[in-house]
Design a protein around this ligand. Sequence first.
Ligand code: ATP
Length: 551
Amino acid sequence: MEKPNRLLLLSELRVRNTAYDVSLSRSVLTWKRRSSSPVYHPFRPSVCHNVPVSEIVAVREEEEENRDDGSWKKIKEREGKDCRQAFTVLYVERCQRHRWRCAEVTFACPDEALCQLWISSIREQLAATTSRPKHLLVYINPYGGKRKGKHIYELKVAPLFAQAGIRTHVIVTDYANHARDHLKTQAELKKFDGVVCVGGDGMFSEIIHGLIWRTQADNGRNLNSPEETLLPCSLRIGIIPAGSTDCICFATVGTNDPVTSALHIIVGDSQSMDVCSVHHNNTFLRYSVSLLGYGFYGDVLTDSERKRWMGPARYDLSGVKMFLTHHYYEGSVSYLPARDIIGTPRDPGRCHSGCSVCQHNGEKHSESAERYKMDIASESESDMEWRTIRGKFLAINAASMSCACPRSPKGLSPAAHLADGTTDLILVRKCSRFDFLRHLLRHTSKDDQFDLNFVEVHRVRRFCFTPRHCQSDSDLELDLRENGKRQIFSQICRDHPACGCTPAYSSWNCDGEILTHTAIDVRVHCQLIKLFARGIEEPTVFEDLTNPCAI
Ligand SMILES: Nc1ncnc2c1ncn2[C@@H]1O[C@H](COP(=O)(O)OP(=O)(O)OP(=O)(O)O)[C@@H](O)[C@H]1O
């Protein structure tokens, strides 16, 4: 097998009138300033640049003339004029806080043949990278966020796609669920290598609902059965953030920046993601990829929907209001703990680019799915694994990812993983306002928000919630015996909310949408979708890559 570091080309080329040794291997493009003096200059700017071939956006031929100041000015082809051939390489450059930008460098060649050789060699290497998309289906929500989706796409993203030679079919949506319905029925998915959504989390949700539905329908899967094993979607999804909440983009890329997202799409990144299906009585309700929240987070969403006119400030106001009302809800939560996995919700480590926990648990998950198919694990065995907790809860949350966002950089479950086939079930039992405030404040501090006696967290593959008034008679009998007294008066209060006590129901907040049912059955589908992202890069990765002498 050919070594990736074997040199394909090595030439002396000029960058801004300075001579550089430029080399190309299958994995890296390097340009190193030729040293004019053998003396070491500690304060001289970096003289050696390395760009992985996988992070080259494009190569462009230039027809240029050298100006006195050493910069390069583009001119039209003119016969007989002494203009040397040059080419420009566009590549990914890392900036602060996980942002990427498209940088470029122009190399002047001594003759045209050499210039053409360089251009064709780089293009050959790029063409050999099969993970790069060539044709994308793009949906733009013109009303998302500050209504700038179309402008952002045309100004910042479309020119980059054009430079990278990516063809696009763009659809500006006319109404809510336009993209979802188009994906379900009309879209000719075979023509595309990926789907891009320009908008916020609501728009992303439309795309996953359309794509997952289509994939299952094309393969004869029953979506209404929570037991059905769903097929992974083959097309990757790109998110160009242009909404008021862009949490999925932030959690998978590390920043909400359209150019960074566009570059991740161009270089053909891939990040698997788990998806939870939510059912009620064998009827499909919705998919969730980030947060399912009952109680506090459900009430905040319900209340904030009535204040849409306030903009994003509505979440803060509703948050304060719901904290002060301090409602708790009774019910039972049954869950199937995730077994044979590595990692716990209390780990200090975080899910990151190339996460070994996701890789290990994903493999374990497919092995056990195979075993299940072969009937090695009997149904009675898995029945025995279910655990049930009954009680009064201020909040029941299931976080399938950290749910970190610019407002809450640590997130609801900091150690949750994007693609390990589990969700972190967080139960906050009834406690005083002061204690609940302590729990909430710990989301923004270094302290562990789960290290409180009224909070418990479990890493699970599946869970069901039944509000108390929906529990079967036998369950209620059990409750009464457990509590040791009849709660006649609280039953009367639940039936008559006018008395001002805690209402019987909250609502589920499912990735920012309110669910119509409270009794739900949630199942995690391991790595059901893929994004054009790579997870959050750890600082050492990009520090090494930008360090001229690291490679
Ligand atoms: N053309 C359209 N007209 C009206 N609504 C649309 C249109 N296209 C998409 N939508 C809907 O707009 C909703 C919000 O979109 P999006 O997520 O892009 O922006 P957002 O500002 O982040 O909104 P939110 O914070 O409510 O999710 C989505 O649920 C989507 O279904």
